[in-house]
Structure formats: C-alpha cells, structure tokens
Design a protein around this ligand. Structure first.
Ligand SMILES: C[S@@+](CC[C@H](N)C(=O)[O-])C[C@H]1O[C@@H](n2cnc3c(N)ncnc32)[C@H](O)[C@@H]1O
Length: 257
C-alpha cells in the first residue's frame, strides 16, 4: 500500500483547483500537442483532478497510477474512465504508443524518476510531447514560508524529508535529454491561504505523513506556535496569486542513444 492509497479519498478536496482550471489545462495541452485526437497517457493520474476533463470530453485518454486507491477515487468521480494500475518505470504499453504523456505533480514524489522518465520516453511517439505540469505558488506566500519553517524545525531534530529534490533533478535531466521545450501558463487565479489550511493539508502530504508520529506531532505544534506569532492567527487569510504551469518537451527520436 502506498502513502497515496491512504490519502486517496480526500486528495482532490485538499488539492482542489478552481472551477474552469482543469478545462483550461486540457485546452492548453491539446493546443500544444497539435494533432487531431491525440493518444494521451496521464502518468500518475491520481484521483482524476486533471484527467476528469479529458474523460468528460471523450478524448483518447488513459490514466495510469501506481496507487489503486487513487484510481478507485478517480473511477468513482466520472463515468467510464480508462485507467490502468501501473508503475511508470515499467509501463504496460508498446513502444511509441502515445502522442503525449502528462506528468502532473508527479516528479517531486518520484524516487526512481530516471527509470520513470526513460520508460515514459519509450512509450512516446517520435515528435510526441512529454508534458510536466505543476501549480506555482508565490515564493513568499504562506505555504512557502510555512514549508521553509517546517523544514528548519525538522532539520533541528535531524529529520530531513525535504532535502532530496527529485523534481529539480528530474527536470534538469529532462532539459538535457529533451532540450526542445516550451513553458506555458495554462491558468492563473487568486487563492485564499491560511496557516490553518496549510497545517491540515501538509499533515497528509506524501513526505510528511510517513514520518514518526511523535516527530509529526511535535513539528506541527512548533509550526503552529511560530505561525501564530508570524501571522497573528492560524486563521489569518491572505489572497495570493497562483498559476498552473506546463513544460512541454518535444521528443525527437524517442529514447536517445
Ligand atoms: C501528487 S499526486 C498527483 C496526481 C495527479 N497527477 C494530480 O495532479 O492531481 C502523484 C501521483 O503520482 C503517483 N505515482 C508516483 N510514483 C509513481 C510511479 N512510479 N508510477 C505511477 N504512478 C506514480 C502517485 O500514486 C500519485 O497518485
């Protein structure tokens, strides 16, 4: 059972995108792919936060995920999605099957990212698009400041869940391997953030939730005390600018030699 199985039933509520954003992401992806009715693999599709808009529109879409719980939540949220339980490092598809592979908020939690990206490139058609997507939060926003403080609290007790940066490593590798790329902003919106909401959401985060229970409890207590001092109250609300960014890498020859 993966950590995502335990958070599956609640994942899309905690990480909800505003109305219209998943549709804007789909529009931007289809425009970037540029072929009629492309075959799309959404790898690490999760509970369907992004994929539902493709399923509803009747696209040639397959969602794949390691977590059965996430796929179950996806299947219960929309009629007849095409879903596969699979490890991205060993995909059950023939070479050159897809016009595009989506990786939305997957690379930051992917331990064997190099295997995952290599197999992703294998199933991509020559000239296809590998599309990495993520929510971009302000660098000085509530979430960024709370996360930095939490990392410091954990560093002080020699616990370092955020020290590895698989997403940065994976993106550098991708830029070296598939240098032809463009970055598009699919949507922008204003979100209301509070320290309390960060505490609730982060408690279920993939890297934090696997820590020792006593460590988690003490770290959250210290963080709440700090946030109350910094922001006046855990319920203090701040309007912040968010966006959804897509980095579109174009494959030339499939797997490089
Ligand atoms: C943060 S969630 C993002 C889900 C979805 N893309 C979204 O944006 O809502 C990351 C997902 O990637 C999946 N995942 C992580 N490593 C994977 C792998 N090696 N193969 C397939 N799925 C994987 C997890 O199970 C989880 O559902």
């Amino acid at each position: 059972m993966s950590v995502y199985d335990t958070m599956a039933s609640d994942f899309d509520r905690r990480r909800a995108l505003p109305d219209g954003v998943p549709e804007a992401i789909r529009d931007t992806i289809l425009a970037a792919i540029g072929t009629a009715r492309p075959a799309i693999l959404d790898l690490g599709a999760g509970a369907g936060r992004i994929g539902r808009s493709f399923v509803r529109a009747g696209d040639d879409y397959i969602g794949a995920d390691l977590s059965f719980g996430m796929l179950l939540a996806f299947a219960g949220s929309v009629a007849a999605p095409r879903l596969v339980q699979a490890d991205g490092a060993r995909l059950p598809f023939a070479d050159a099957t897809f016009d595009a592979v989506l990786l939305v908020q997957v690379l930051s939690g992917a331990h064997r990212w190099q295997h995952l990206l290599t197999d992703t490139m294998r199933v991509l058609r020559p000239g296809g698009a590998l599309i990495a997507g993520r929510v971009v939060a302000p660098d000085d926003g509530i979430d960024a400041r709370m996360k930095a403080r939490l990392a410091t609290i954990l560093d002080d007790i020699d616990v370092h869940p955020y020290r590895d940066k698989p997403r940065d490593d994976a993106l550098s590798w991708l830029i070296r391997t598939m240098p032809e790329h463009t970055v598009r902003t699919a949507a922008t919106w204003t979100a209301e953030r509070t320290p309390a909401a960060f505490l609730e959401r982060h408690a279920g985060g993939a890297r934090f939730s696997v820590l020792d229970a006593a460590v988690k409890q003490d770290a959250m207590r210290q963080l709440a005390v700090w946030a109350t001092g910094q922001f006046g109250s855990l319920d203090a609300a701040f309007a912040e600018n968010y966006s959804f960014e897509l980095t579109i890498h174009r494959s030339q020859q499939g797997i490089p030699t």
